[in-house]
Design a protein around this ligand. Structure first.
Ligand code: FAD
Ligand code: SF4
Length: 451
């Protein structure tokens, strides 16, 4: 049964399904799907090749623009990206299932040994240090190593992958799919230094001395906290801690002390983004007695993917829309309920997001003995150690316009560390673009030194 399964829930498509889906792609003059894809993938071309069973060529084309097609194909919110822009969808039909075709092409390539190892045509003497082994860091490492640079990726976790490994649950992205990407990088000569917290175990200055260029791709990890009366230490759980514990179980790590588990509990998850959806769907798989998602806006105004809400509803999760947490109630030192205020949306004003206002007398209680906060993430205080590193007003790393260059010479930045909490596909794009910019920077430096 789906809600007892921590593996990917996608039923693997057959070659026939893929040919049918790919064959639905019309020969539209302007492929809007491509404009909806942050990587500008050549979607109609690889769909066409898949329809003709030319999967190896489709793979060659898919991997030309993306360093992880089989991962993006699984976890992109396609309804907001390529499939949302598909001409069929725009005309009122069901979109071509672009993501599942892309994942199928990638899986077929791995299964058949078509994924080329990284074998640079020329080795280069220059080295690049990357802080963060998430999708931005991995995408940059892939492209830089292909160019022959000596690449070292530092990460404070014990495994590479960033949120691909410890954030996104296995039922959306199985860890073996991430691991085979990591293995390809290691096989291609990328060095991973795990358990290395940059700013604590080694300074950015040391990395700048050690490497010819440095890429900052350390994501955003400061969880926004629920600020309501009644909650004591330990009464609420941070979403990422909760998800990491389940991901470690999926990776067969021995059960750690105090790891969270929702079996038999009444769970309230506060938040309406994709992280909240991952928490509710994990809790139901763990055997929670009841799972409620409490979100202050309505369904149409939630930040998470509509597809994920549907998945959650199908799995038995109850949504309390237009409900904002107001207090935590407890008895004998243990949380017993979340008190919430009923909210309403203000009248729409052109160009402005609708405000939420409390409905007088609308308070209600949700029984709970496990409350998970999924309210989003902000950057950590990385720059405290590096006062010359310029930040934006949102504390993300500031980069020059249309560039990955930071205020520190030879230091670049990519992914969530620059954008704030975003998507894997944007991290991949940023990482690839940062690699191209680092390549230009290092080549220009060689020319300058030779002049
Ligand atoms: P990260 O993936 O966060 O990687 C950063 C890495 O840097 C981490 O490994 C971290 O350990 C390391 N690091 C941080 N600080 C240091 C330091 N000081 N020293 C050394 N290493 C450091 N996006 C989607 O497209 N689809 C989804 O379904 C989806 N689901 C998500 C579910 C959850 C629960 C979360 C939290 C996010 C989800 N996202 C999803 C967003 C997506 O995971 C991120 O946008 C993406 O991973 C950002 O990539 P990144 O490489 O910039 O950062
Ligand atoms: Fe669609 Fe994402 Fe693939 Fe682009 S990378 S084609 S948006 S699934």
């Amino acid at each position: 049964m789906r809600v007892q399964d921590f593996g990917e829930i996608i039923v693997p498509p057959t070659t026939t399904n893929i040919e049918v889906q790919a064959g639905r792609c019309t020969d539209c003059g302007v492929p809007f799907c491509q404009t909806g894809c942050p990587l500008q993938n050549n979607i109609p071309d690889w769909l066409g090749l898949s329809a003709e069973d030319e999967l190896r060529e489709a793979w060659r084309m898919a991997s030309a623009t993306s360093t992880m097609p089989e991962i993006c194909g699984r976890i992109c919110p396609q309804d907001r990206l390529c499939e949302g822009a598909c001409t069929l969808h725009q005309s009122g039909w069901e979109a071509v299932t672009i993501g599942s075709v892309e994942a199928f092409i990638g899986d077929t390539a791995f299964d058949n040994g078509w994924v080329e190892p990284i074998r640079p045509a020329h080795e280069r003497g220059e080295s690049v240090g990357i802080v963060g082994a998430g999708p931005a860091g991995m995408a940059a490492a892939d492209r830089l190593r292909e160019q022959g640079y000596q690449v070292t990726v530092y990460d404070r976790h014990d495994r590479p992958g960033g949120l691909l490994t410890y954030g996104i649950p296995g039922f959306k992205l199985e860890k073996r799919v991430v691991q085979r990407r990591v293995d390809r990088l290691i096989d291609g000569g990328v060095t991973f230094v795990s358990n290395c917290n940059v700013g604590v175990d080694v300074t950015l200055e040391t990395l700048r001395e050690r490497h010819d260029a440095v890429l900052l791709a350390m994501g955003v990890y400061q969880a926004r906290a629920l600020s309501v009366p009644g909650g004591g230490p330990g009464d609420t759980i941070r979403a990422l801690d909760y998800l990491t514990h389940q991901n470690r179980r999926d990776l067969s790590d021995p059960e750690g002390e105090g790891w969270y588990h929702a079996k038999g509990r009444r769970v309230v998850v506060v938040g309406g983004g994709d992280t909240a959806m991952d928490c509710v769907r994990t809790a139901i798989r763990q055997g929670a007695a009841e799972v409620v998602c409490l979100y202050r806006r309505d369904r149409e105004n939630m930040p998470g993917s509509a597809r994920e809400v549907l998945n959650a509803e199908e799995e038995g999760i109850r949504f309390e829309w237009l409900g904002a947490p107001k207090a935590l109630l407890s008895k004998g030192g243990a949380v017993t309920a979340v008190r919430a205020a009923r909210m309403a949306l203000s009248e729409p004003v052109f160009g402005r997001r609708r405000e939420i206002v409390p409905v007088p007398g609308g308070d209600f209680d949700l029984a709970a003995d496990m409350v998970i906060e999924a309210l989003g993430f902000e950057p950590e205080a990385f720059a405290d150690h590096h006062p010359d590193l310029a930040l934006t007003d949102w504390n993300t790393v500031a980069v020059a316009p249309r560039s990955a260059a930071t205020s520190l010479p030879g230091v670049f930045a990519a992914g969530d560390a620059v954008r704030g909490a975003s998507l894997v596909v944007w991290a991949v794009r940023d990482g690839q673009e940062a690699a191209a910019e680092i390549d230009r920077y290092l080549k220009a430096r060689i020319l300058e030194q030779a002049a």
